[in-house]
Design a protein around this ligand. Sequence first.
Ligand code: UDX
Length: 441
Amino acid sequence: MNITVVGTGYVGLVTGTCFSEMGNKVICIDIDEKKVEALKKGIIPIYEPGLEPLVKKNVELGNLTFSTDIKEGLENSEVAFIAVGTPMGDDGSADLQYVLAVAKQIGEEMTKPLVVIDKSTVPIGTADKVKATIKAALDKRGADIEFHVVSNPEFLKEGAAVNDFMKPDRVVIGAETEAAFKVMRKLYATFTHNHDRLIEMDVRSAEMTKYAANAMLATKISFMNEIANICEKVGADANKVRIGIGSDNRIGYSFIYPGAGYGGSCFPKDVKALKKIAEENGYKAKLITSVEEVNDAQKVVISNKVIARFGEDLSGYTFGVWGLSFKPGTDDMREAPAIYVIKELVKRGAKVKAYDPKAMHEAQVFYLKGVENVEYVSSKYKALENADAMILLTEWKEFRSPDFMEIKTLLNSPIVFDGRNQYGVFEIEKEGFEYYQIGKA
Ligand code: UDX
């Protein structure tokens, strides 16, 4: 099929590339000329395992092209994805200006029947707004061209996005017409032909499915973080409790790892937006509100432990931080606990030596820009040289089984704060470490 994808951010680029890998002709549109020029050469602006080789290959094969001109895409396409950002507005709701600007452009430039697909995570009712915007633009130029608006939320995990796209658990399609469903079935046939993974529903339910999925997962995490905090008070071990409850397959083992709080581009934004959507519709979402509150508090649990150990005034102390990204496998630092923890330590006079396999650039130029007393070092062990304690914030594989003797030699005193409960299994207290983790006093 001929496909246009508008927006070459995380979602758009993965979507466009994976469709091109299946032999479709895909054109990805972005207003950022520099980005488009780089993409034409196969250079991608983010770190996502497996994505760059696929982009390069399909650019060379001619299946994947990039342009700043939406017209170029719409001339040939049967479907157009809207995959532009929906950043969080000041009041917590999703900002739809980019989505609606693309809808307007589609209405202005489309020349043949089109299925327009909302891929961005958008509030319930957005498809109706997209439809009205396209219709208004068509009317304005006196054009009468058939189009359908479909909701097709993405469920990609950063760090595993290509695999998630290629082998989806489900593809949710919300549409109003059989004609639109037909196009969508054809579009996803290559990804769902072994099992029937296509779930068809009305548009609003599809839009809601995305929020419900993310809010459910965020709830599991906040629930477990709360249990962990109670465990610390009562002398229980959250690691054991996790295994104890996860064995019930109604609960399951996934997403019940206590830690330094959830971050990323989806959970924080979507939980906030869902709360706002409920509020706007006259419902006070108490549980969702608490999920967010628990997470906000959880992001500083590790810095609070440091303060409890070293005192309110941290001047004169240096901390070696392992991990800056919000989770392993990505350079993304959006809402990463590292931002909050490092800022808090530095605010109290401490020095920080930080290392992350992929996110150092993001930290320096953006998320921790201008934050003084943070030194970025080239290896995990360098971060510990003459430091007073080590703090683990992201469970990258290279941090999971380190040389504890080396750590002991490098640190001024053998103190480890583990924000991801990675080292309990090694019983490092027995090696003489003072060890702090989440959910075990
Ligand atoms: C998430 C959803 O999983 C995905 O389906 C959706 O499309 C986008 O949002 P992502 O943000 O990439 O994906 O990350 P995910 O792997 O889900 O982790 C989110 C956060 O939760 C991370 O900060 C992670 O550290 C944290 N987490 C996850 C926990 O603290 N405990 C857990 O048990 C699981």
